[in-house]
Design a protein around this ligand. Sequence first.
Ligand code: SAH
Ligand code: SF4
Ligand code: F3S
Length: 439
Amino acid sequence: MKRVFIDTMGCQMNKSDTERMLGMLSYLGYDETKEPKEADLLIINTCSIRQLSEDKAFSEIGTWGQWKKHGKDIKIVFSGCVAQQKQKEIFKRAPYVDLVIGTHNIYQLPDLIKRIENGETRICECPDTPYGEKDIEIKRVKSVNAWIPITEGCNNFCTYCIVPYTRGRERSRLPETIIKETKDALSQGFKEITLLGQNVDSYGKDFKDREYRLADLLTELNDIEGDFWIRFVTSYPTDITDNLIETAVKLDKVCEYFHIPMQSGSSEVLKKMNRRYDRETYAKIANKVRDMVPDVTITSDFIAGFPGETEEQFEETLTAMDELNLDYSNTAAYSPREKTVAAKWVDLYIPEDVKTERLRRLNEKNMECCLRSNQKFVGRELDVLIENFENHKGKNVVTGRTRNNKIVHIPCEKDLTGKFVKVKITGAKTWYINGEIID
Ligand code: SAH
Ligand code: SF4
Ligand code: F3S
């Protein structure tokens, strides 16, 4: 048996690609190992959303390059978003890489692996091909939650973002494929399905032969027999339709959770980011979701220090987080990305120390918002899907998530992973809530 080690960076889209790669590699006789030193084949599945993630990829494979230099018989593959973006340039920084494979080409992996096994080196396969999906087995990481991509790519071209360049234009996967993948995951024991896309609400816009959108897909998935939950991420604010919200409310398996990145609280900054909404429009949408979906959790992403952002504009982000009662936000300092429009506005770059300070304040506000959001649920009874059993500071606990995506810690002597339980919420911390099982 040959062994493969995959280091997966970045978002769920990359995690999902890793599962697909492991599935294909199992046909070539590769078993996964979590120990890079034991592997014959080493793959780094990279992310280029920020400079830091890109640098991390190169520093990690530096070690693998050393092993190879000292005579270890290994093959090294560079995949993911940095591969798609840098292509052949990767060999300049890492000449020991055997294969660079782009995000559009993962279905060619088996053939390419055979070629490097036969001694070819420095292959670069990154053309932007149409969706070359094949019916392949997926090796899912055994867990409770299955990630299922429904669209890939993005047409929005926000001025800071590299994703349209690394993942290409938006393509929707066929409902039949998604439904089959969902049924397969459920038969393997998965209890939660998360539909993935850079902008899930535009699902189906590219179908020429049918009128079929996210609400239709949710309805069909909800009809599948069994006890499971359905989530979907990420929602672009102005693409959330009333029909989608109403459908989500109506369907019992669809959870009360929306991830709707706002990016900035300032209308001027949003305009420069090429987001298609201003502060007021975002607020209207978020408030509508809150009014229509009982107990909904709304999470967001924010960028601190976008080129030209003034102190006042930054403070508008802080007040937006408060006013909109956002339950949790991912935060990042702006990082200029090659090819993107904003990266060219060098004169407007915010100094590093200012960006760091703004990010610190953003994180502080985020913590306040999270704690406040968690405190709302103390005393309530909520359904929880258990995901883990562990020893936490000397005590056995199970952890899981509520329908509205709150992490819950529950003292429990039994491993209830994969079970739905009713829990009374007893306390709130910043990043999670505490509870006790009531049945
Ligand atoms: N499609 C999603 C975002 C996907 S990228 C959306 O439109 O909201 C995930 C997050 O990374 C973004 O929401 C943004 O907050 C962050 N991000 C993207 N490019 C960035 C950059 N150049 N610098 C810092 N953060 C960035
Ligand atoms: Fe990037 Fe904007 Fe597309 Fe999101 S919508 S992936 S931020 S370009
Ligand atoms: Fe990163 Fe690519 Fe995802 S850039 S965030 S891995 S789509």
